[in-house]
Design a protein around this ligand. Structure first.
Ligand code: ZN
Length: 499
C-alpha cells in the first residue's frame, strides 16, 4: 500500500490513516500500573506502539506520544496489611506508596530502555492529575451521567446506553452486561451492576487518598486515562493504543466518559495488540508463569530454558503481526535468537563497507539489481498495510543471502551497482535501526564476552585446583562487584549471569 492504513478496532476494518491536524499525530497508550515489577505482558504493547511511533515519525509526522503511569488507587491490600502492623511507627518506618511507585517506575524505564523503546513525549502520572479527574467527574454529575453514593461516584451505564452504543468497541451486548456483569467492586451500592466507579471513598486504612467534593477518596482507574488524554491531546485525538485485554471495561469506559464530557467520541483510530501465551498457556498467577522482565533477561524462571536478550525479545515480537496471538516458547525464542544473529551479522558487515567502491569491473546484473530494489521498496508497502512488520522482516531475510554472497565473493564485486549497493546500506540502516529499533549489540560483542568469561572461569578453575583460594575468591568478588554472578553447576562446570 502506498499510504498508511490502520486497522481500527472500533470499526473492525482497515482504514486509511488521516490525522485530525495535518502533519501532526496525537497518540495515547495506556501505561503500566507500577505497584509491581514489569513482566512479559508489558513487553508486547510497548514494543508494538514504539514501532508505531517510530514509523509515524519516519513518515514525517510530528507525533505527541502520551503514555501514562498508573500510580493511584492500587495499593489497597498491601497498604491495609502493612499499615495495621506499623500504624504507630514513625513516618519513615511506614509503608510509603510513593517509594514503591518510584522503584517500579524506575525498573519499568530500565526495561523499556533495554528494549530500545523511545520514551514517550509526555508520561503523566495519575497522582499528578487528581484535579483534572475530579473536574471531569463533576462534569459527568452535572450532565446527569454520574451519581454519588456514600462518598463514591459511579458512572450510570444504563443512562449512557440510552443514547450511545456502549459495548461497540469490545463487541458486548449492553442488555446482557446489565444483567450479568460480575460484581467487581464488591459493593451493592451501585444502581446497576454494569456501572463503574469514577471515585471511590477511601476506607480509613487506605493509604493513598485525596480530598474531593465527595470526601476523602481516590479515583477509579478509567477516569485517569480520559482526563490525561483530554488534557494533552485534546477532546478528540488520532490513535489510542493498548492490549486487547483493555478493551473492556477500560477502553469502553474511557469512550463513555469522554464522549459525555467532551461532546465528541475521543478517538479516531483504536489500535489493540493481541495477547501473549507462554509455552502454550495463558499467562497468569495461577499457572505460575508470570515472567518478570528481569527474569527473562537472566533466564531465571522455570518456564525458561535460558536467558533471552532484550533485542531477541524485541525481534521475536516484531516477527509476528501485532494483531495475531504470540506464544513465548523456548523453541521459538531460540529460533528468533538465531535469526536475529544471522540478520545482524550480515547487517553489521554491510554497514562497515566503504559507501562507494568504484572498483567495479563487472556489468551489474539486472536481475539482482531488480531483486534488491523490489525487496527494499516492499518494506514501506508492508508497513503501510497496518504495520506488517512480519513481512518486512521476511524481506530483510531475503536480502541476507545477497549480502553474504557479496561478502564471500560468491557474487562478484560490481554485480550490484554502486548506486544499488549504497541504497541497500542506507535503507537497511533506516529500517533495521531507526524504524525497527534493533540495536546491533548482540552477535559479535556477546561472542567476545563469552570468550572473556571462559578465560576467567578457566583461570579460576586452575587456581582452585592449586588450592589458591585467594585468586579464586578475587575473581568471583571482583566480577560480582561489576554485576556478574558466577554459579557452580552440578556437573562441576561454571555458569555466569549478568545481574
Ligand atoms: Zn488507560
Amino acid at each position: 500500500m502506498k499510504e498508511l492504513h490502520v486497522y481500527n478496532s472500533y470499526s473492525r476494518a482497515k482504514e486509511k490513516f488521516e490525522p485530525l491536524v495535518p502533519g501532526h499525530v496525537g497518540m495515547y497508550v495506556c501505561g503500566p500500573t507500577v505497584s509491581g515489577e514489569s513482566h512479559l505482558g508489558h513487553a508486547r504493547p510497548y514494543i508494538t506502539f514504539d514501532l508505531v511511533y517510530r514509523y509515524l515519525t519516519h513518515l514525517g509526522y510530528k507525533v505527541r506520544y502520551v503514555r501514562n503511569i498508573t500510580d493511584a488507587g492500587h495499593f489497597e491490600e498491601e497498604g491495609r496489611e502493612a499499615e495495621d502492623k506499623i500504624s504507630k511507627k514513625a513516618v519513615i518506618e511506614k509503608l510509603e506508596p510513593m517509594e514503591l511507585v518510584q522503584k517500579y517506575t524506575n525498573l519499568f524505564h530500565w526495561a523499556m530502555d533495554q528494549f530500545n523503546t523511545v520514551p514517550p513525549s509526555i508520561e503523566p502520572t495519575a497522582t499528578g492529575h487528581i484535579v483534572e479527574q475530579i473536574g471531569m467527574i463533576q462534569e459527568l454529575i452535572r450532565q446527569g451521567y454520574a451519581y454519588e453514593i456514600n462518598g463514591s461516584v459511579y458512572f450510570d451505564v444504563r443512562k449512557y446506553a440510552e443514547g450511545h452504543d456502549y459495548g461497540k468497541l469490545s463487541g458486548r451486548v449492553i442488555d446482557e452486561m446489565l444483567e450479568t456483569t460480575r460484581e467487581l467492586e464488591g459493593q451493592d451500592e451501585k444502581r446497576n451492576k454494569a456501572d463503574f466507579a469514577l471515585w471511590k471513598a477511601a476506607p480509613p486504612e487506605h493509604i493513598m487518598r485525596w480530598n474531593s467534593p465527595w470526601g476523602e477518596g481516590f479515583p477509579g482507574w478509567h477516569i485517569e486515562c480520559s482526563a490525561m488524554a483530554t488534557k494533552y491531546l485534546g477532546k478528540q485525538f488520532d490513535i489510542h493504543g493498548g492490549g486487547m485485554d483493555l478493551q473492556f471495561p477500560h477502553h469502553e469506559s474511557e469512550i463513555a466518559q469522554s464522549t459525555i464530557c467532551n461532546h465528541t467520541p475521543p478517538v479516531r483510530y483504536w489500535m489493540h495488540n493481541n495477547m501473549i501465551t507462554i509455552n502454550g498457556r495463558k499467562m497468569g498467577k495461577s499457572y505460575n508463569n508470570v515472567i518478570r522482565l528481569t527474569e527473562l533477561f537472566r533466564g531465571d524462571h522455570p518456564e525458561l530454558e535460558k536467558a533471552y536478550s532484550p533485542m531477541t525479545v524485541r525481534f521475536f515480537i516484531l516477527q509476528t503481526h501485532y494483531r495475531s496471538t504470540l506464544d513465548f516458547g523456548n523453541e521459538a525464542l531460540q529460533a528468533a535468537e538465531k535469526g536475529l544473529k544471522r540478520l545482524m551479522e550480515a547487517y553489521e558487515w554491510l554497514q562497515k563497507q566503504p559507501a562507494a567502491d568504484d572498483a567495479a569491473t563487472v556489468t551489474p546484473d539486472n536481475e539482482l539489481e531488480e531483486k534488491v530494489t523490489t525487496l527494499l521498496a516492499s518494506f514501506a508497502d508492508n508497513m503501510n498495510d497496518d504495520f506488517g512488520t512480519a513481512r518486512v522482516l521476511a524481506s530483510m531475510f531475503e536480502l541476507v543471502p545477497v549480502i553474504n554472497g557479496i561478502k564471500d565473493k560468491a557474487i562478484a564485486p560490481g554485480t550490484l551497482s554502486v548506486a544499488t549497493f549504497t541504497k541497500l546500506q542506507q535503507e537497511l540502516k533506516l529500517w533495521v535501526e531507526d524504524i525497527f529499533g534493533l540495536r546491533p549489540e548482540t552477535a559479535a560483542d556477546n561472542d567476545k564476552l563469552q570468550g572473556v568469561m571462559q578465560v576467567l572461569i578457566n583461570i579460576r578453575k586452575d587456581a582452585r585446583a592449586r588450592k589458591d583460594w585467594g585468586t579464586s575468591d578475587a575473581i568471583r568478588n571482583q566480577l560480582a562487584a561489576i554485576g556478574i554472578q558466577l554459579k557452580d553447576e552440578k556437573d562441576g562446570g561454571m555458569a555466569w549471569t549478568i545481574a
